[in-house]
Design a protein around this ligand. Structure first.
Ligand SMILES: [Fe+2]
Length: 287
């Protein structure tokens, strides 16, 4: 789809999704025209990258707030920034591996009633090698299904359980540590969320596949084995390279992705320090 931009340059990075945006300094106040073009680029490309940005923590949060309310910080278990507690600190190296969503494709907070609308990440320190993130376009994945399979999955609902890969029985070592996200009280009050398998994007009206191997546990009203085979197939289908954009991070990259119809995978193939600041935007109930 050809879209005309006047105040920014949008360089598409793969057919399915991803773009690098040139010609804008996000530390300056954005005009309505600039913001609406950025918003359009996000809807069109799912993940957009601004290189070499120089922003304060407050400006990071303010940028995210233009897209919606900021997700209350207690929802995620990450450490918070001292000055701007709405910023999650994602920090790892060989001695401190990321402890969640490791080697699992996922959509952030899909196990909640209202998964986040999007995520804004600011790359503060990047290892010399490794640490890429791969995004998958859920639109491309849905479009890549045969018409027969589309008809089969349209109208189905599935449960998303945020804890299925982190439960005490699965990863007991996590529960010995005091990570906030695994506090027993929050788990005691947690119930899996029921979402449509094919989600319609509230802004674009386009359909995408809304299941992920990290959280989607079972398809409602299906025999358990049918559900398990169908989900395995869909998870496999979602790994198709043609649906992806793989981003090699640079320090001061500022990235926003539309979490409503995408999945991502953060590679842990590095030993040196990696530090990201993350802000999550409140989303709506999938339809
Ligand atoms: Fe994530």
């Amino acid at each position: 789809m050809a879209i005309n931009y006047e105040s920014i340059e949008v360089n598409e990075m793969s057919p399915a999704c991803g773009a690098i945006i040139e010609g804008i300094d996000l530390s300056k106040d954005l005009s309505n025209q600039e913001f609406s073009e950025i918003h359009k680029a996000l809807l069109d490309r799912t993940v957009i990258v601004f290189r070499d940005q120089n922003l304060t923590e407050t400006q990071h949060v303010q940028f995210a707030r233009r897209f919606g309310d900021i997700q209350p910080n207690a929802i995620s278990g990450f450490a918070k920034h001292e000055k701007e507690p709405e910023i999650d600190i994602l920090e790892s190296d060989a001695d401190n591996p990321p402890y969640v969503t490791l080697d699992l494709w996922h959509t952030d907070f899909a196990g909640r009633e209202k998964p986040t609308l999007g995520t804004v990440i600011y790359a503060k320190d990047i290892p010399p090698e490794g640490g890429d993130t791969i995004w998958v376009s859920s639109y491309a994945a849905y479009e890549g299904l045969s018409d027969r399979m589309k008809a089969h999955v349209d109208g189905l609902f599935a449960y998303h359980n945020a804890y299925q890969n982190y439960d005490e029985t699965v990863r007991p070592e996590l529960w010995e540590k005091d990570y906030q996200v695994y506090k027993r009280e929050s788990k005691a009050n947690y119930r899996p969320a029921l979402h449509p398998v094919v989600r319609t994007h509230p802004d674009t009206g386009k359909k995408g596949l809304f299941v992920n191997e990290s959280m989607t546990s079972v398809i409602k009203d299906m025999d358990r084995r049918e559900s398990s085979f169908l989900l395995s197939y869909l998870f496999e289908h979602l790994r198709t390279p043609e649906f992806q954009y793989r981003h090699k991070w640079r320090k001061n990259d500022f990235v926003i992705w539309d979490n409503r119809l995408s999945l991502h995978y953060a590679l842990f193939d590095y030993t040196e320090h990696r530090l990201m600041h993350r802000v999550n935007i409140v989303g709506s109930k999938p339809i």
